[in-house]
Design a binder for this molecule. Structure first.
Ligand code: ARG
Length: 581
């Protein structure tokens, strides 16, 4: 049986597994590594040693048996050689690589196979609405959005859940301030235009005016008891605040819309039932008047049991109560196979307790996966949290604006003759791409340094570098006035840099699939960076437009596919491309 699709590594591992099975080793994973120089199509199968051990067989013998089956089955695609007792070296034939690449070029999905469809709730961005979105929100928003796009492309039914914080004590002073403005006859609509100033004034008054602070506290109680006037003010505020978030999502090209917002307050009606269910499950214990859950796996300092407070002694419901209601909704009403929460690592304990309690209460079934995907924080060059000079949080809107402005001056330096409108458009795409890519290209679990110069550089693993690589490919076609249909021509690969590029292209499906294993978008970033590097090497070594007719068409085809894969991969990360920069 020949290898039928173009994902070389996966196909090879399936073939090796089949061959192992034929030799009696059931369920033995074949571990395939790329080996040697990339241009030669060398791979090595490493799972044989383990399989031999399990079988109690001599590894060399098993390797020989496996090799024989591989030769029988796919000997026309590759050559095989035993390398030491448990290893088989595999070298794909040039013809086979070319066939695979042709198949990839003709496939709209570039060889990425849809996975078995699951319903996945993705909780991301989820800012608190009592503050303007700040730079800290960039991580959850950008990383969550890239993963959402990739999961959708892999065929899943993704439900975006923007679990915004719209309830709680923080709203007291905002409502009191709105009330004050209204009673002074000031038009609220105008006052709410600049939310940041609004927040600052309200919190300033809370700190300095005792009467105001008292009012603010009363407003919390009134809000929670459903006072009409108070609810009306609150609704106006929330809707203004959501508009502000949406404007930022649009500016950042984040695929969230207002219909994805399911705020904390939406779960208010369920909170009493949550307590009843937890009580029925025997999980609630009273501690200083508060309703708590103690689970044996959570212990604090000195091995003290660590409670999760579900209802405070004053009757109020904290963050986790709402989250329990949201888990119940996602697991039972939505019947999600999986729920993935992209939230700062500082909330790890919260999520560990949340999921453990929800499981103990039976909200989540055995086969449902609920998972917190944490990440580190954003620091400045000194390794301290990235703040304004005054020590405040940097507004996300300001970061986006600055990115666009900086990109604009870079573009103007690079390509002065572009029209202003073009510069503007390109600057937006390059600036926004740069800040998002800076997030995505790092291992998400580590803190990262926010540095304008690095992220906007045209060299290194950055969005501008990849976007620029894309424009270079586009310009080859533009200069020659060629439009290429992906199906046109045929590949004829023989230069080492051509083969290295071809093999890299064939690894695209693997890179995309690997991202969602542990939600590491940097895998795709690294892949695209390497692809762009191999493209450059190819382009430097192999003339394209000046090549002989036979080579020219193959090389143009290689350029075309490289460009399309770069654009597609960036698109999965939520980053656009431009034709010129
Ligand atoms: N609003 C929270 C915050 O800003 C994040 C919410 C994350 N999602 C959740 N279901 N708890 O910290």
């Amino acid at each position: 049986m020949p290898i039928v699709t173009m994902n070389l590594k996966r196909n090879l591992s399936q073939q090796v597994e089949q061959a192992l099975k034929a030799a009696g080793a059931q369920n033995s994973p074949a571990i395939i590594r790329q080996s040697g120089k990339p241009e030669y199509g060398h791979y090595q199968a490493n799972g044989i040693m383990g399989a031999a051990k399990k079988l109690g067989k001599n590894p060399l013998e098993l390797a020989q048996q496996t090799l024989k089956t591989l030769v029988d089955n796919i000997g026309d695609s590759a050559t095989f050689e035993i390398a030491g007792p448990g290893f088989i070296n595999v070298t794909f034939s040039r013809k086979f690589i070319t066939d695979c690449l042709t198949e990839m070029a003709n496939d709209k999905r570039f060889g990425v196979i849809a996975q078995s469809r699951q319903k996945v709730v993705v909780d991301y961005s989820s800012p608190n609405l009592a503050k303007e979105m700040h730079i800290g929100h960039l991580r959850s928003t950008a990383i969550g959005d890239a993963n959402v796009r990739i999961m959708e492309f892999l065929g899943h039914h993704v439900i975006r859940a923007n679990h915004v914080g719209d309830w709680g004590a923080q709203f007291g002073s905002l409502l009191a301030y709105m009330d004050k403005l209204e009673s002074e006859g000031k038009p609220l609509a105008t006052e709410l235009k600049d939310l940041e100033v609004f927040y600052q004034r309200a919190s300033e008054m809370f700190k300095t005016e005792a009467n105001f602070a008292k009012k603010a506290r009363e407003f919390v109680v009134r809000l929670q008891s459903g006072d009409e006037k108070c609810l009306e003010l609150w609704k106006r505020f929330i809707s203004e605040s959501i508009k502000h978030c949406q404007a930022i999502y649009d500016l950042l090209d984040i695929s969230l819309s207002t219909t994805d917002v399911k705020p904390e307050s939406a779960y208010n009606g369920e909170l009493n039932d949550i307590i009843i269910l937890l009580e029925a499950a025997g999980l609630i214990e009273l501690s200083d008047g508060a309703k708590c859950v103690f689970l044996p796996e959570f212990v604090g300092k000195d091995d003290e049991p660590l409670p999760a407070i579900i209802q405070k002694s004053d009757g109020g419901f904290p963050y986790i109560a709402t989250d329990l209601a949201a888990v119940q909704f996602r697991a039972q009403k939505l019947a999600a196979h999986r729920a993935i929460y992209f939230v700062d690592g500082r909330q790890s304990l919260h999520f560990a307790q949340l999921f453990a309690i929800a499981r103990a209460a039976g909200f989540i079934a055995e086969d449902q996966e609920f998972r917190h995907v944490p990440f580190g924080s954003i620091n400045n060059k000194d390794g301290k949290p990235y703040k304004t000079r005054e020590g405040g949080a940097v507004k996300l809107a300001t970061v986006a604006e600055e990115a666009i402005n900086r990109a604009k001056s870079l573009i103007s330096d690079k390509n002065a003759q572009l029209s202003d409108a073009k510069k503007e458009k390109i600057a937006r795409i390059v600036g926004i791409g740069a800040i998002k890519y800076a997030e995505l290209s790092k291992n998400r679990t580590t803190d990262y340094i926010f540095d304008w110069d690095t992220m906007l550089s045209f060299e290194g693993n950055t969005a501008p570098y990849l976007q620029y690589a894309y424009t270079r490919i586009v310009s080859i076609f533009r200069h020659a006035s060629i439009t290429l249909d992906p199906a046109d021509g045929h590949f004829d690969l023989d230069e080492p840099t051509e083969l290295a590029l071809a093999l890299k292209l064939l690894q695209y499906p693997e890179a995309v699939e690997n991202v969602t294993e542990d939600f590491q978008a940097n895998i795709l970033c690294n892949y695209l960076f390497e692809l762009a590097g191999l493209f450059s090497a190819f382009y430097e070594n192999c003339p394209v437009l000046k090549a002989d007719e036979s080579k020219r068409s193959s090389r143009l085809k290689l350029c075309g596919l490289s460009g399309r894969v770069l654009q597609h991969g960036l698109g999965l990360l939520g980053i656009s491309t431009v034709e010129q920069m």
